[in-house]
Write a protein that binds this ligand. Structure first.
Ligand code: FAD
Length: 428
């Protein structure tokens, strides 16, 4: 790809842009911005794609329109917390810090609000695999992407019916699915436990067989096409009035006239510097990988009771999930990753239990907003700085579309989908 204009610090159609953060969101934003003819540099202190974008379940799911905070969830929390295999845990010393976030989370779970959130997510996640396609083709990364569908499984039809509102939200937002029961389900996924009697199949969902390699491939194409990646940690901004003059990093000032904050769960302090108080926190998640797994499922399977996903990946079967509130500094609790193995065996009774040392475990920081919606839009102090963070459980699915929205905002184009729901100012 060739650059179409010489970037100029005086502004003009082509800009000099620093993208802060090399996760899926930063790499996608940088890739689309480069295609628009800007001079783009990603600033990342670690390896590309080694944050939350490393160890997720890899799903590109348009069906993930259902917000995390749903009416009635609060009554389930005590049960989840008491169950040693439950999907939720809180490190109690972190409770005073997370309490305001939790209050907002609960308040965002009214029927009216979840309908609006699902509609916004519907726009963001629609045709997730298709929106990625130009980037994937340019990177020659087709081999890393599947679009074979996705299965959610329930023990009984009554469990499925208890989720009626979630299914209404999916239907209202045009998500295609089919319900399959008993024999038909077990025929489709022979390894599945017979304790799961109802499945819902989403034909349009996709996944990557290696999220880290996927983000890395997009970043390699970005470099090949003229983008730059600098290994550095951003620290702050040089502003002249509302005009951005540069991004301060631990290796010096990077002159630029636009910047994108794509630092995932680490974005709050940058927003604070730019005059925005944004209730971003982290839902820590874990995975465990069963290498050389026999009886792999054909497609990613979500266990709705355990709230985890088992995804067939190139390194084995990755079982990913759980939510732990403990902030960015506490050490991982590897027991939570190992519990995923027990849950995986409940889903697939034939699963051979690997030796602990053979199963790779991982913990990562979902960048989570209490209303399950990302923050995409300009900062308060400078319209030259665009936020693109807070994607919670759907950053992989929404990465390419978020990058396009960022490119629209930088170009001054009308965003291709409605973005008012993602406004940084929605919290007052
Ligand atoms: C267990 C689990 C399963 C998941 N499954 C799915 C799924 O199946 N589908 C889906 O869509 N989503 C899933 N997610 C969510 C998804 O992983 C995240 O939403 C997504 O990876 C967030 O991407 P990001 O680029 O915003 O953040 P990250 O990938 O965390 O990237 C942020 C980057 O910013 C960098 N950074 C931090 N500070 C600085 C600084 N000062 N200067 C420069 N750079 C900095 C970090 O090093 C990091 O590389 C899952 C998450 C978890 C934890």
């Amino acid at each position: 790809m060739t650059m179409t204009a010489t970037p100029s610090l005086d502004g003009g159609p082509s800009k000099r842009i620093v993208v802060i953060g090399g996760g899926v969101i930063g790499v996608c934003a940088a890739s689309w911005l480069l295609r628009d003819g800007h001079a783009v540099t990603i600033v990342e202190p670690g390896e590309i794609g080694n944050g939350a974008s490393y160890g997720n379940a890899g799903c590109f799911n348009p069906s993930s329109v259902v917000p995390m905070s749903m009416p009635g969830n609060l009554s389930k929390v005590p049960g989840w917390l008491l169950d040693p295999l439950g999907p939720l845990s809180i490190r109690w010393p972190y409770l005073p810090t997370i309490a305001p976030w939790l209050i907002r989370f609960v308040r965002s779970g009214t029927p009216e609000k979840v309908a609006a959130q699902a509609e916004a997510l519907g726009h963001l996640l629609r045709d997730s695999v298709g929106v990625y396609r130009p980037l994937v083709a340019n990177a020659g990364a087709e081999v890393l992407v599947r679009q074979d569908g996705h299965l959610m499984v329930y023990p009984t039809r009554a469990d499925f019916e208890a989720d009626a509102l979630a299914w209404k939200l999916r239907r209202d937002n045009g998500i295609a699915f089919t319900v399959i029961e008993d024999g038909a389900l077990w025929q489709q996924e022979p390894a599945l436990s017979r304790s799961y009697r109802l499945g819902v199949f989403f034909p349009d969902n996709g996944h990557t067989i290696n999220p880290n390699r996927f983000v890395g491939a997009l970043a390699d194409a970005f470099l090949r096409d003229g983008g730059k990646i600098i290994r550095a940690a951003a620290q702050g901004f040089e502003l002249e009035g509302a005009a951005l003059r540069g991004v301060r990093t631990d290796v010096g000032l990077l002159p630029c006239n636009a910047a994108i904050i794509a630092t995932g769960a680490h974005s709050k302090r940058f927003a604070q510097q730019l005059g925005d108080s944004i209730p971003l926190d982290t839902e820590r998640g874990y995975h465990i990988v069963i290498p050389s797994c026999e009886n792999m499922p054909r497609v990613p399977i979500m266990d709705t009771s355990g709230k985890f996903v088992a995804t067939p990946m190139e390194g084995g079967l990755r079982i990913a999930g759980t939510v732990e509130f403990a902030g960015l500094d506490a050490k991982p609790d590897w027991k939570r990753a190992h519990k995923l193995l027990t849950l995986g065996q409940r889903l697939f009774p034939g699963l051979a239990m690997p030796k602990t040392e053979d199963a790779a475990v991982w913990m990562g920081f979902r960048p989570s907003m209490p209303d399950s919606l990302p923050v995409i839009g300009p900062s308060r102090l400078s319209a030259d700085v665009i936020y693109a963070f807070g994607h919670g459980h759907v950053g992989m699915a929404g990465g390419a579309q978020t990058g396009l929205l960022v490119a629209d905002l930088i170009a001054g184009r009308t965003p291709r989908i409605p973005i008012a729901a993602f406004s940084p100012r929605r919290f007052g």
